[in-house]
Design a protein around this ligand. Sequence first.
Ligand code: SF4
Length: 211
Amino acid sequence: MKGSISPAGVLERMSSAVGNPGIPSPLVAGTDPYTILVGTVISLRTRDAVTEVVTKRVLKSVPAVADLAAVSAEKLSELLYPAGFYNRKAAQLKKLAQILISKHHGEVPSDRKALEALPGVGGKTAAYVVSMAFGVPAICVDVHVHRISNRLGIVKTASPAETEKALMLYFPEELWTPLNHIFVKFGQKICRPQVPRCGECCFKEWCRHAD
Ligand code: SF4
């Protein structure tokens, strides 16, 4: 990034540009870990409005880990529709619940490595769960966070894992957890993947990618 904007200033500018990030209610900080884990798996490749409706419907039918392990894959697929990859997610969530019961006493682990060993849970989902469900500072790096931070020149990285490490050095720890939602909204509204709206962007004077 040309010139100087503080790390906190970067988030403040983005936040002012997009307003309230509007997180689906099952995914807000402090919600119980089971809800956040299931909701985060459902949210992958799924619009926020669909995540909200589908997660509530699924949790109404399978309110506890044991219910999720016992429900049929067919029934779960029906509940998950129209979330993206609903058939695959049904199989993953059932298996995930069975592993929680067999290895974690039916509880969602707060350890990132243990979470990443669960079906359908990668580094991004694990970071989200530890930060939002357990209050452990973590940066959830999805395609928006990876793309925008590279465009801005905050990082120069080839993978989300590298981006996470670089952003942990760039941003102070208290900003790690909130930054995902702000970056995601900024990526949906302004710094869009194919056609970024540089002309109306608050970083156009600084961004090395600005057209
Ligand atoms: S100037 Fe363009 S490329 Fe840079 S952050 Fe803004 S929208 Fe994205």
